[in-house]
Design a protein around this ligand. Structure first.
Ligand code: PLP
Length: 286
């Protein structure tokens, strides 16, 4: 396996980062996760846009977008990958101990690409199990969830709860008890035929998949409500699913102890999402 590290491709065995890297010492950095279909990185520009936003929110200077884009393609090519998981990471870089970002020189830049492993078909047929975590989502005024940051302990604590309770995913509430999002996904439910999802104001990462799915639902004539919802609103709904770049549209079969069918709306939106991916690929010459 080959990794892009700072300015060149190196074998994974030589891809080392300093113990003085502030990403390692303090979680000071940002990242993006993308998915490549037949060599085309879906919505690459949008992911780079969000990376740029994360960088600006933590006052991190990134190289030119073109350089990052080329590094992504070089990493895919070096590994001979076409259907892939791709992760871009930028940390504050190497510097002496101390929080001051100015202690660091250049950011550390890493691109990892791995063969994409599809979720088992059974996940989409039966749906995943979710719980509501005791761990609350980071306050927007503390660590804004719109920063896709290396400081991921908030989500990891919720993930630990999910694992301890035999669930696949944990949905976090905000400090007022409203639904926010999963540890690596956005949550949706269908209530009286209306597609509901927590608003960005609830304190979430505004997922790119979430945005596409909202658009597809509206285009197909569904009413979509982005708002402040309680766990009970979800538990009383007709259908639940979550979205992210890798799982796309994933049905929920069990939320706490309430069972759901892997429903029609999730299936329809997943089909439309796949069509969107194909249209994107055609637009990029595939
Ligand atoms: N929310 C969180 C906390 C995430 O980490 C992710 C993706 O990793 C998402 C939502 C979904 O974002 P996207 O659809 O852009 O993958």
């Amino acid at each position: 396996m080959y990794i892009f590290l700072n300015n060149r491709i190196v074998p994974a065995s030589e891809a080392h980062v300093s113990v003085y890297d502030h990403g390692f010492l303090y979680g000071d950095g940002i990242y993006e996760t993308m998915r490549a279909y037949q060599g085309i990185v879906f919505m690459l520009r949008r992911h780079l846009g969000r990376l740029g936003r994360s960088a600006s929110l933590i006052r991190l200077r990134l190289p030119e977008e073109r350089f990052i884009e080329d590094a992504v393609h070089e990493t895919l090519a070096a590994n001979g990958l076409s259907d892939a998981y791709v992760r871009i990471t930028f940390s504050r870089g190497k510097g002496p101990i101390g929080l001051d970002p100015d202690l660091c020189g250049d950011p550390t830049f890493v691109v990892i690409a791995e063969r994409f492993r599809e979720y088992p078909a059974a996940c989409y047929e039966r749906g995943m199990k979710i719980i509501f975590a005791q761990t609350r989502r980071n306050l927007r005024d503390a660590i804004d969830p719109r920063i896709k940051s290396l400081n991921f302990l908030n989500n990891i604590l919720a993930k630990i709860e999910a694992k301890e309770r035999g669930a696949d995913e944990a949905v976090m509430l905000n400090s007022q008890g409203f639904l926010t999002e999963g540890t690596v996904c956005n949550i949706f439910f269908v209530s009286h035929g209306i597609l509901c999802t927590p608003s960005v104001d609830a304190g979430i990462l505004d997922g790119i998949t979430r945005d596409i799915v909202i658009g597809l639902a509206q285009k197909s004539g569904m009413e979509v409500k982005e708002g402040m919802f309680r766990p009970d609103d979800l538990l009383r709904s007709e259908e639940v699913f979550y979205t992210n770049t890798t799982a796309e549209v994933m049905p929920v079969g069990l939320a706490e102890d309430v069972a759901f069918e892997a429903g029609e709306i999730a299936r329809m939106l997943h089909t439309l999402y796949r069509e969107e991916v194909e249209a994107y690929m055609r637009g990029q010459g595939k």
